[in-house]
Design a protein around this ligand. Structure first.
Ligand SMILES: [Zn+2]
Length: 115
């Protein structure tokens, strides 16, 4: 079920519809929240309340500010993505740690540490 949101439009110009969606940030599951999603491009907008909840949790877990910019490099036939030191330390990553890597959408790559 979705309801159209009056007067507000997506940056692409599409109409926004309110609906419930699974919200996830930094691998933290925030459960099902009310989001406004664009009928045209599918972009989801969180309410101020949900944004604050996400921010508080991210801060609590010390994940805030861990995004780093990098560049893909090459080694033999493979492409290499370096993990910045801050993330290595924060996540206690080690050499030979088993990981699962997969694309979660067209410009997002997820690396999960296998537990
Ligand atoms: Zn849109």
């Amino acid at each position: 079920m979705s309801t159209e949101v009056e007067g507000v439009r997506c940056r692409c110009g599409g109409k926004l519809q309110e609906r419930a969606s699974e919200v996830e940030f930094f691998g933290i599951d925030f459960g099902v929240k009310k989001v406004e999603s664009c009928a045209e491009c599918g972009t989801e907008y969180l309410s101020q309340e949900t944004m604050e909840e996400v921010e508080a949790e991210v801060r609590k877990r010390g994940l805030f500010g861990l995004e780093r910019r990098g560049r893909v490099s090459k080694s033999g036939n493979s492409l290499v993505i370096r993990i910045p030191q801050e993330i290595v330390k924060s996540m206690k990553l080690k050499r030979d740690l088993p990981i699962i890597i997969y694309p979660s959408d067209k410009d997002r790559l997820v690396v999960e540490v296998e537990s």
